[in-house]
Design a protein around this ligand. Structure first.
Ligand code: ADP
Ligand code: MG
Length: 583
């Protein structure tokens, strides 16, 4: 791709900005690496005086110094090595930490429509795998680039120092190696993208299996899931092998080229006119340098692959970070809403979907009253309830709260006014008490907590638990029944004292016995609040101030229970269906 380079420069620049706060550690790491390689190169360089002066000329004083020099050099080498490793690990882990935190925060603030489009597994893999990948790849690339790069430079300097004629061969092979590296790195970049994608697939499939474990068991879906996983699992394997084999081939070829250079040097040295200028020490130093060069050269060819892998991971993270978070368009801070709600000609389709889910919806709920929404599933009831807290933005028409377009309020203050109890209750891995108090700005007193727990009929089951309200309920409240979870959700809503309440099929998953109990809790909750109640069972909404019957995103009819029955329309026939033909 043509734009590949541009974007990788941009990604690279952006990565550097993460480095900025830790640049001191980074500089120390670089110095450590360069020092380490300088010592290695210096060691090779001292081969010449050791042989020529020490051995050939039998300079024993010089030879006596040698052991001391060896010890000093290795002590320093060790110090440099530790400094480099420690500092680079510190910097790398700091950057990963920063990036993860940022990613976590950003994902949390992204609009609901973003999360509709991306699977949880894919997003988790970005926080865990991709972030780790950046650290590992870039750290490794940097170590190789700086430490092995410095060693290569050092060794070449040593060679040129002793015999520039023999060392000229390097100018011949360098461009060939560069060419191979650039070709290989393009392929690496593509493969890295594929690997990340495949990793996302692995997490998504695993997550699905873990979340839907019971469903899989009861429907005997093991084979389907096994196959689904085998597919993505095999993809990661395939890409991984491709990557490693490309790397092996390229480093093999490069070493071959380097070995030609070595052969050439040995050949040149054997020429009589060359032989005259060479001493045993010089020849040994040059040949040792060339042999020593092979390893860092091989390492250097992998730099690009590592680097590309890191850049690809960074690009995938930056893509999420670049998604626009929820824009705060409203400025009004709602303190306590009165709760007059009105929908005016609202039409809506989900972002990225062409199907119109709501068309021209208009209704009002005066403060303190209850409006019930009924209708077939898929008729748009839940959609209406997600528009009110602005999980999605209305594009046509408007929704007013207390006479103001809800878009003119700040999101947080608007959401403070609304409590939602839905069929799916999300519970956190914490105690019952903390789940009830979730998100409360101030500390909730024990009396208040007990009061709402009592009203929501939570105490009934909490009292039977070992530690009452302070019992841990496990991940997403696995140890609780549907009705118990629902009651916790109601207690949560009660505690918030929000003036607007949305109940989205809050009781539909329950048996009649538990429903009666919850209904009692709900009646407490509904008192004095503006409520939108979505219900399947018509018996639960007969007392609503107004009932709206929906179908395919439109309002079919609206009125009180008695009015609608008298009208003998859609509501009346629904009613007949549920209650038999007696009325
Ligand atoms: P109800 O609550 O009345 O059963 P919904 O409001 O959930 O209906 O759904 C109305 C329509 O919108 C359905 O056709 C459904 O497929 C579609 N829909 C619901 N949620 C989404 C979503 N997040 N993205 C795209 N389409 C959706
Ligand atoms: Mg629904």
């Amino acid at each position: 791709m043509q734009t590949d380079n541009n974007t990788s420069v941009a990604v690279y620049r952006r990565l550097l900005s993460y480095l900025k706060p830790y640049r001191l550690g980074f500089v120390a790491a670089i110095l450590g690496m360069v020092g380490y390689s300088a010592i290695d190169a210096g060691f090779i360089a001292s081969v010449q005086p050791f042989i020529d002066r020490g051995i050939q000329e039998k300079d024993t004083d010089f030879l006596k110094l040698a052991p001391l020099i060896v010890i000093i050099m290795f002590v320093m080498r060790g110090i440099f090595h530790f400094t480099a490793t420690y500092c680079i690990s510190w910097v790398g882990n700091q950057i990963v930490k920063d990036m993860r935190q940022q990613l976590f925060g950003h994902m949390m603030r992204l609009p609901v429509s973003f999360h509709d489009k991306h699977s949880t597994g894919e997003l988790i893999s970005k926080i865990t795998y991709d972030a780790e990948q950046i650290k590992q790849s870039l750290t490794k690339a940097l170590i190789v680039l700086v430490r092995d790069g410095a060693l290569v430079v050092g060794l070449i300097v040593v060679m040129f120092w002793y015999s520039w004629q023999l060392s000229l061969i390097f100018f011949l092979i360098a461009p060939i190696i560069a060419l191979i590296v650039s070709f290989v790195s393009k392929r690496f970049r593509q493969l890295s993208h594929k690997i990340q994608h495949a990793m996302g697939g692995v997490t998504t499939a695993s997550e699905q299996m873990l979340n839907g474990h019971k469903v899989i068991l009861s429907f005997g879906g093991q084979k389907i899931e096994d196959e689904r996983f085998a597919e993505v699992n095999n993809q990661t394997r395939l890409q991984g092998v491709k990557m490693d084999s490309t790397s092996a081939i390229s480093s093999g070829v490069i070493q071959l080229i380097a070995s030609f250079a070595l052969a050439f040097v040995v050949y040149m040295a054997s020429q009589p006119e060359m032989l005259d200028t060479l001493t045993a020490g010089i020849f040994s130093a040059i040949v040792t340098s060339m042999v020593m060069l092979l390893k860092p050269l091989k390492q250097l060819t992998t730099v690009n692959s590592e680097f590309q892998r890191g850049l690809a991971a960074a690009a995938s993270i930056f893509k999420v970070l670049d998604e626009a978070a929820e824009q705060e368009t409203g400025r009004l801070e709602l303190k306590t809403a009165k709760g007059n709600i009105s929908f005016e000609h609202v039409s809506f389709h989900y972002p990225g979907h062409s199907q119109r889910v709501l068309s021209d919806i208009s209704f009002t709920v005066p403060a303190g009253q209850t409006v019930a929404l009924v209708g077939r599933s898929g008729s748009g009831k839940t959609t209406i309830s997600s528009l009110l807290p602005r999980f999605y933005e209305v594009e046509q028409g408007q929704i007013l709260l207390d006479g103001q377009n809800i878009q003119s309020y700040t999101r947080s203050s608007l959401r403070q006014q609304i409590a939602v109890v839905s069929q799916h209750v999300m519970l956190f891995n914490d105690t019952i008490a903390n789940n009830i108090c979730y998100g409360m700005a101030e500390k909730v007193s024990r009396e208040l907590l007990l009061d709402v727990a009592e009203k929501a009929h939570v105490m009934e089951f909490a009292n039977k638990m070992p530690e009452g309200l302070d019992t841990q309920i496990g991940e997403n409240g696995v140890s609780l029944s549907g009705g118990q979870r629902q009651r916790i959700a109601i207690a949560r809503a009660l505690l918030r004292q929000a003036p607007v309440l949305i109940l989205d099929e809050a009781t539909s998953a329950l048996d009649t016995e538990s429903e009666r109990k919850i209904q009692a809790a709900l009646d407490v909750l509904l008192k004095g609040r503006t409520s939108i109640v979505i219900a399947h069972r018509l018996s639960t909404i007969e007392n609503a101030d107004s009932i709206i019957v929906m179908d395919q995103g439109k309002i079919l009819e609206q009125g009180t229970h008695a009015e609608l029955l008298a009208r003998d329309g859609a509501y009346a026939s629904l009613h007949k269906l549920q209650f038999g033909s007696d009325k």
